[in-house]
Design a protein around this ligand. Structure first.
Ligand code: SF4
Ligand code: SF4
Length: 204
């Protein structure tokens, strides 16, 4: 798996959930399918008059979620920016050609009057496959985005009692000094964190 494959999978999913932050700091979420994909970037269309557009112009932060029939969760975190004015017609036309149903919504030239395309070129992508045993997760990036590590880590305070490994639902804690979490298979459930008798496990 890699970032490109994640984008391809999002394309197959088709309709994705886009979460933004409104002017009151509240989460807002919509389903979006008017999307054009390139190998390591994505472009999406919306109407200039929608709150969604205003939230993207004011804040820009967006989190995009897709879930495949194979139980793969793909979450992309990014800042969306409008495509430059001179490229807007090109991307609007591209998205409408790929998704002709949009002509029903914006017939004739109304797509050019009311529409705007945003692009995402820098993003963190979290891939989480719940359909395999043990589960598999990995984080990728596109563009200049830096990945942020999340989850749990076992520190040198570990005394090797084995309680965490014995109770891990994914059996993803290896014996050692200290014990070690196999990060690609960790659910982030926190059971080990709660059980460790000497608080040797930290949440990142
Ligand atoms: S429960 Fe804590 S002390 Fe025991 S093996 Fe796990 S990390 Fe180490
Ligand atoms: S957070 Fe859950 S899945 Fe991950 S190592 Fe701890 S117990 Fe195992």
């Amino acid at each position: 798996m890699d970032a490109k494959k994640c984008l391809q999978k999002l394309k197959y999913v088709g309709v994705l959930a886009f979460a933004t932050v409104d002017g009151y700091g509240n989460p807002q979420i919509r389903n979006i399918s008017a999307i054009h994909y390139e190998a390591e970037s994505m472009y999406f269309f919306t109407a200039k008059g929608k709150d969604f557009c205003r939230e993207l112009l004011n804040d820009g932060r967006v989190q995009i979620l897709g879930y495949t029939k194979y139980k793969e969760m793909i979450r992309l975190s990014a800042k969306a920016v409008p495509v430059c004015d001179e490229d807007q017609p090109k991307y609007i036309n591209m998205i409408f050609e790929e998704q002709p149903y949009l002509y029903n919504l914006y017939p004739n030239d109304t797509r050019m009057l009311g529409g705007i395309v945003f692009k995402i070129t820098d993003a963190e992508i979290q891939y989480f496959n719940l359909g395999v045993n043990p589960i598999f997760r990995e984080t990728y990036t596109i563009g200049n985005k830096k990945a942020i590590f999340k989850g749990y880590n076992i520190t040198d305070n570990c005394i090797g009692c084995g309680k965490c490994a014995d109770n891990c639902p994914q059996s993803c804690i290896e014996k050692g000094n200290p014990y070690k979490i196999q990060q690609n298979h960790c659910l982030h459930c926190g059971i080990c964190f709660g059980l460790c008798p000497v608080k040797a496990i930290e949440k990142i």
